[in-house]
Write a new protein. Structure first.
Length: 278
């Protein structure tokens, strides 16, 4: 996924530097303007022949540069580990999984339920079953398995920094029975003490705040060619925003949420209090 975005960004810069329109680029590879747009955003696979033709159109004659970009095109088409779960995923979600697994910094605000990277297996099973009404038990279990697989990245040697703000509503809204919720609260207390995790709670007592538009996630990457991406999930689709002006607004909202929420220590105290009440 990241390789696709890197290659797409590179091709876009080459095209723009030559003053070539997307329509002209599309014509050169027997494709539409919209396909060029999707290629440059890294949202489709790359045919080596298409990349080769585009490099010729853009005047890239250096053999080393061509070889490097064509190799990147081949690498970009290698399916990620999550590909095997595509039968139980909505079509917009594999893109997010790929980006999440490549990010070095993840900042997220959740209001409805605990973030997927922090869910216990029992809690995740309840959330997934609720969201996949009518699905068979096997499909639910496969979706839960994917969620647990995603979490391994958070605890790996090259784990990202994860900053999350959970609305108190997400902690008080029960998914599963008493034991499921107790297990989830205990897990949050434990994982919040990891050095790469900063967990904060936005308490009811604060009132209105900058997260009024709902849940969102900001993904940042170590590669300088990759811009930050804001992800927002909807009922039947998802939004991926990477325009600087959009990302800046969400960065500002996240900064306010972190400033106005309880600090990590106070948040753990609130979690412990909820655990005693459950």
């Amino acid at each position: 996924m990241v390789r696709r975005i890197l290659l797409g960004s590179h091709l876009r810069r080459l095209r723009e530097s030559r003053g070539i329109t997307r329509e002209q680029a599309g014509y050169s590879i027997r494709a539409s303007e919209s396909k060029i747009s999707r290629m440059e955003l890294g949202r489709v696979s790359f045919k080596t022949r298409d990349v080769d033709d585009l490099l010729t159109l853009y005047g890239i004659t250096d053999e080393a540069e061509r070889t490097s970009l064509l190799s990147l095109a081949k690498e970009a088409n290698v399916a990620g580990w999550w590909h095997s779960y595509s039968d139980v995923l909505p079509n917009w979600f594999p893109t997010y999984v790929g980006l999440e697994g490549a990010a070095h910094l993840i900042k997220s605000y959740e209001v409805q339920f605990v973030h997927g990277l922090l869910q216990t297996e029992a809690y995740a099973r309840t959330v997934v079953a609720r969201g996949m009404r009518g699905a068979g038990a096997a499909d639910v279990e496969r979706r839960v398995a994917l969620r647990l697989e995603r979490q391994k990245y958070l605890f790996s040697d090259n784990a990202p920094e994860f900053q999350v703000v959970l609305d108190e509503a997400a902690l008080r809204r029960a998914y599963g029975d008493r034991e499921v919720m107790r297990g989830q609260l205990q897990h949050l207390i434990e994982v919040s003490e990891r050095p790469n995790v900063r967990l904060q709670v936005m308490p009811f007592s604060y009132g209105g705040h900058s997260g009024e538009s709902g849940a969102f996630t900001i993904l940042s990457f170590s590669e300088s060619d990759l811009s930050d991406v804001v992800y927002m999930e909807q009922l039947t689709s998802a939004l991926y925003l990477d325009k600087r002006e959009d990302v800046t607004q969400y960065e500002s909202a996240m900064k306010e949420l972190q400033h106005d929420s309880l600090g990590p220590d106070e948040s753990r105290d609130l979690l412990r209090g909820l655990l005693q009440l459950s």
